[in-house]
Design a protein around this ligand. Structure first.
Ligand code: G1P
Length: 333
């Protein structure tokens, strides 16, 4: 089984961080968003990944080569951002007609991917899905009494279903998938100007394939700052919290949950809840809540909440909510 990861987008909702870092490599709870997913893939025994790159693609390549040297990585370039169907189509030459996991890495999820290994032969694929209230923002799936998809509707105005497609798929019948994608591409752009992968799944179902839905426990958005901070809060409260024994904390009130990495130095102030302080960051008399502080950042006399502070940034004397990129310098005297 191979995996396809489309990540060509510019990540505009995560600017300014995405001006220098591709969206899947922006950190949450001390690690790039994509690393959580690549680790899950490796645990599942996937050894070959097709990355559909574009914007800052070289940064992705360097990261994967450095951090996942055992992975066989293929890269295809999506020059025009015309949607998810176009992105996956580019992976076809590397798919070799075999089964594929397709993962969009701007969210994290608690999903049992091993289902892909144990699927009954009657099924052509799996779409992981979660009940939501704000169904209008998603592709929603209508199922029959066996949990098989009958329809998928992008951004519905009526609640035809509240079962949202989370952007995680296993496709066994990839011949039919690529026929569906070709059909979508040949049909011209949908009214939104995008070729939707979901329309290819509809094609598969309309041509007799049975695609089942599968539940997702948690689903955590990492595509914009407020959502990323929520996801950070979840991770530090569960798997990623703690204060490194190699951090120095002197007279700082810690409000759990927090993550304080090695080499961080905190003196005075209050840190937490829901804060990640990355390696080497220095905080002096800083009050920081519900925020991410990048590696080697230096915060002096600040009072910040709901903030995202890039690595190496230097902030002094400010109060409120900030969203600043790496190497930013703001000193209020
Ligand atoms: C895409 C899919 C949609 C899905 C969503 C999940 O939409 O087309 O079916 O529900 O991702 O995040 P987008 O967010 O790209 O508009």
């Amino acid at each position: 089984m191979k995996a396809v990861i489309p990540l060509a987008g510019r990540g505009t909702r995560l600017r300014p961080h995405t001006l220098t870092t591709p969206k899947p490599l922006v950190h949450v709870a001390g690690r790039p968003v994509m690393s959580y997913i690549l680790d899950d893939l490796i645990d599942l025994g996937v050894t070959e990944v097709i990355f559909v790159i574009g914007y800052l693609g070289d940064v992705v390549k360097e990261y994967v080569a450095r951090e996942y040297p055992t992975l066989t990585a293929h890269y295809v370039v999506q020059d025009v951002q015309d949607g998810t169907a176009g992105a996956v189509k580019l992976a076809e030459p590397f798919a070799d007609g075999g089964e594929l996991l397709i993962l969009f890495v701007d969210t994290l999820f608690d999903a049992d991917l091993s289902l892909a290994r144990a699927l009954d032969p009657e099924w052509a694929g799996v779409i992981w899905a979660k009940e939501v209230e704000d169904y209008q923002r998603f592709g929603v799936i209508v199922t029959d009494e066996h949990g098989a998809m009958t329809r998928i509707v992008e951004k519905p105005t009526e609640p035809v279903s509240k079962l949202a497609n989370i952007g995680l798929y296993y496709i066994r019948d990839t011949d039919l998938l690529f026929r569906g994608i070709d059909h979508v591409l040949a049909a011209g752009l949908a009214s939104t100007g995008e070729y939707y992968l979901t329309d290819a799944f509809q094609y598969m179902v309309d041509h007799g394939a049975r695609i089942r839905t599968a539940p997702v426990g948690g689903w955590y958005d990492c595509g914009k700052v407020d959502a990323l901070l929520e996801t950070n809060a979840h991770l530090v409260a569960t798997s990623r919290g703690g204060i490194s024994p190699d951090a120095v904390v002197e007279g700082t009130e810690i409000v759990e949950p927090v993550r304080v990495e090695a080499g961080a130095r905190l003196r005075g102030g209050t840190v937490g809840p829901n804060v990640t302080i990355e390696a080497g960051a220095v905080l002096e008399d800083a009050e920081v809540r519900h925020s991410i502080v990048g590696a080697n950042a230096r915060l002096v006399g600040v009072r910040l909440t709901d903030s995202m502070i890039g690595a190496e940034a230097h902030l002094e004397g400010i109060e409120g909510r900030v969203n600043v990129a790496e190497y930013a310098e703001i000193v209020v005297t």
